[in-house]
Design a protein around this ligand. Structure first.
Ligand SMILES: Nc1ncnc2c1ncn2[C@@H]1O[C@H](COP(=O)(O)OP(=O)(O)OP(=O)(O)O)[C@@H](O)[C@H]1O
Ligand SMILES: [Mg+2]
Length: 416
């Protein structure tokens, strides 16, 4: 690993500090990635081909990112002691999941290593209470919500939201939810208590149902000097609370697209995030957009850039945290990303030598025969609902790419 350059904040040369408050981190510097999932894996791949070295810290030997990082440390990436020990040996630390404790990031910040996103940003994005509070306080458009920390507050919040005219309420655990986990719909105030119990009597954010006409995401990259570049707007379809498909470009008006990018930019500016900020949004029938939630890391919808844009979201994250230029990301061709969940891997009994965790791979030949399709697998053991990989289909239009993607998905299901 490279010896760490003295950070500007610790520089004894005032001129140097003035000229370069956020030094560019050049290859072959080492980037530490906290967390070992597929986002970490694709970050490590991008960093690697950009000439950086990577150290992945994650709990399990066989985590997806471990296959691609130059070094893998099997440890708890949220443990402040672990992060203090490695912080001096790397030039920048980033995260691939909200689960990382902000205290671990603060430990690295304390010794002067660049951490992106910062412990402050990580604190906000991992707790829906702080996230929604931040958005509302900064006049960034969000739907009606309440913070709930007791059974009584749950009752009061649902009475109020129904009185305000909502038809349904979605209760979400403040922490730890992903892919629609930790959520419960409430259809009358009488269901509030059961939802409070079912979600484990933990702090929640409860939201009025948003009657959206579509969902989109805007990913922006922000560098330490405040430069922001927005990726193209993506259109997202969720099934059972999990992202199913992303299309690029999104099927929204120019007006909505501009409003969405503006909202994402303002969110990133208020947050002062360094690296990617992915902002999930609802599109309303009048074209307005509301923020659903945000993530200070690469986002599932951004995978579509891997094969169809001038820069991938992973390259943009690495560039942003290293202080490299952030040019506009162009769409090279319309494309659709389709998630592959573990349900597609049939149980194999008795298990064969080629089976993974007792499951058989779907018949990939049915999708790979199409030259405009690419297959990305993360190397995980299949479980129902688990994100195992994705397909990217390109086309002369997003509609054409969508038709190919849907046909491929249908073939995969029938050839299970
Ligand atoms: N207030 C709401 N009104 C209507 N639908 C909603 C609302 N909140 C969430 N949803 C639906 O549920 C999906 C998942 O919600 P959310 O993004 O909050 O959960 P998550 O578990 O963090 O998901 P992920 O990690 O996949 O982004 C949304 O994309 C949307 O389809
Ligand atoms: Mg979401």
């Amino acid at each position: 690993m490279q010896p760490r350059a003295a950070p500007a904040s610790q520089s004894h040369d005032p001129a140097m500090k003035k000229i370069s408050p956020s030094p560019v981190i050049r290859p072959p510097a080492t980037i530490a990635i906290l967390g070992g999932g597929q986002l970490g894996s694709m970050l490590a791949q991008a960093a690697g081909h950009m000439g950086y070295r990577t150290l992945c810290i994650s709990a399990n030997e066989d985590d997806p990112a471990a296959r691609w990082a130059d070094h893998h440390l099997i440890a708890d990436p949220g443990d402040a002691n672990v992060i203090s020990r490695i912080a001096a040996d790397v030039q920048v630390i980033t995260v691939e999941t909200e689960s990382i404790e902000p205290a671990a990031l603060a430990a690295a910040e304390a010794i002067g290593t660049r951490v992106a996103p910062s412990s402050h940003v990580q604190t906000i994005v991992r707790d829906r209470r702080l996230e929604k509070g931040f958005l509302a306080a900064n006049h960034l458009a969000v739907g009606a919500f309440r913070v709930v920390e007791s059974a009584a507050q749950m009752q009061q919040a649902s009475v109020e939201l129904f009185a305000d005219g909502t038809t349904e309420i979605l209760a979400k655990t403040a922490r730890g939810g992903y892919d629609g986990k930790g959520q419960r719909w409430i259809r009358t105030p009488s269901q509030a208590d059961a939802a409070w119990q079912a979600l484990g009597q933990v702090p929640l954010v409860v939201e009025a149902k948003v009657d959206f006409v579509g969902e989109i995401s805007v990913i922006v990259a922000r560098s330490p000097d405040g430069t922001i570049s927005a990726l193209p707007v993506f259109g997202n379809e969720h099934r059972h609370g999990i992202l199913f498909q992303t299309r690029m470009p999104a099927d929204v008006s120019e007006h909505t697209s501009r409003a969405a990018v503006d909202l994402a930019r303002r969110t990133a500016e208020h947050l002062k995030v360094v690296g990617l900020l992915a902002v999930e949004m609802f599109v309303l029938s009048d074209g307005r957009v509301l923020v659903n939630e945000m993530a200070a890391r690469p986002h599932n919808s951004g995978h579509v850039t891997l094969r169809a844009a001038s820069r991938s979201q992973f390259e943009m994250h690495i560039a942003a945290i290293c202080g490299l230029p952030l040019p506009e990301v162009e769409i090279l061709r319309p494309a659709v990303m389709t998630n592959l969940l573990g349900d597609l891997w049939p149980v194999e009994s008795p298990p064969a030598a080629t089976s993974v965790g007792g499951h058989r791979h779907p018949d990939w030949a049915t999708v790979l025969a199409d030259g405009r399709a690419t297959l990305h697998l993360y190397g995980k053991t299949p479980r129902p609902g688990r994100k195992m990989g994705h397909l990217i289909h390109t086309g002369t239009s997003a509609e054409e790419a969508l038709a190919s993607a849907n046909a491929a998905f249908a073939r995969l299901k029938t050839h299970q």
